[in-house]
Design a protein around this ligand. Structure first.
Ligand SMILES: [Fe+2]
Ligand SMILES: [Fe+2]
Length: 255
């Protein structure tokens, strides 16, 4: 795999100054004098928004215990289905997170086997340290996924169901997997995608803790807080690695 180097990139306008002048001349001559009216396109979009169905629904509790539990909360004016929707979202994200780290570990191992310095140096860490840290984070993402599934079942929900927020986060984070599994991306580029994932992870757990506390589910909130503590470590590690690789003196091989 090639590291990030200077090459024959011709995507910028500066590579064709004469053509740019011609384009600007044509623009001067033919471009409309007033800003284009986009109101028809906007009206069309509004029509679809107004007419569309919801992106999904939250399945009804699958067990009697769950019916009772969610029923009690409903009487108290809570909305356990909102909490279930967000737990469904985190289930989807932690499952994807596990797979993202699986893919990142394959990338890292391959680069190290191919000669080492394409993926390193990460501060004072050895290859073995980096690999061990990646595997530990991967394990924790998976543990979070399993814990969330258990919580979902305890609420009478089905952890395999795709809730609306789970569907939305899956769409929003599709690019992350594409970056990490693209064979051309460097370890540093892949880590940058992981930084996005970990930032989202942290915000997601913070929200879930607040929602669990708000629903009076204190035991649940405590379990979520333990997961957030893990996520804070993930974020610190990934952020430090991204910085170390970006600042590495051997920039052409490390970045
Ligand atoms: Fe996570
Ligand atoms: Fe994480």
């Amino acid at each position: 795999m090639q590291a990030t180097t200077t090459g024959s990139n011709r995507t910028g306008a500066a590579t064709a100054a004469q053509r740019v002048r011609e384009m600007l001349d044509a623009n001067e001559r033919w471009a409309p004098k007033t800003l284009p009216d986009t109101s028809l396109a906007e009206a069309d979009r509004s029509l679809y928004i107004a007419d569309s169905d919801a992106i999904g629904s939250i399945p009804p509790p699958a067990t009697i215990q769950g019916v009772l539990k969610t029923g009690i909360h409903k009487l108290m004016g809570e909305r356990p289905e909102m909490l279930m929707d967000k737990i469904g979202e985190r289930i989807a994200f932690e499952r994807s997170g596990t797979r993202l780290y699986d893919a990142l570990i394959v990338k890292y191992r391959t680069l190290v086997d191919a000669g080492g310095d394409a993926a390193l140096p990460l501060a004072e860490d050895s290859n073995a340290d980096v690999l061990a840290a990646l595997q530990e984070i991967r394990l924790e993402e998976h543990e979070h996924f399993l814990m969330l599934c258990e919580v979902m079942r305890s609420m009478g929900g089905d952890p395999t169901a795709q809730t609306p927020c789970a569907a939305v986060i899956a769409t929003a984070s599709m690019g992350l997997m594409q970056v990490v599994t693209d064979p051309r991306t460097t370890f540093a580029q892949s880590l940058n995608a992981m930084l996005t994932a970990e930032l989202t992870d942290n915000a997601g757990w913070e929200l879930l803790i607040t929602m669990a506390q708000d629903a009076g589910e204190n035991d649940m909130a405590e379990r979520f807080e333990a997961a957030l503590a893990d996520e804070e470590r993930h974020l610190a590690t990934v952020r430090a690695w991204v910085q170390a690789l970006a600042l590495a003196s051997k920039a052409t091989t490390a970045a």
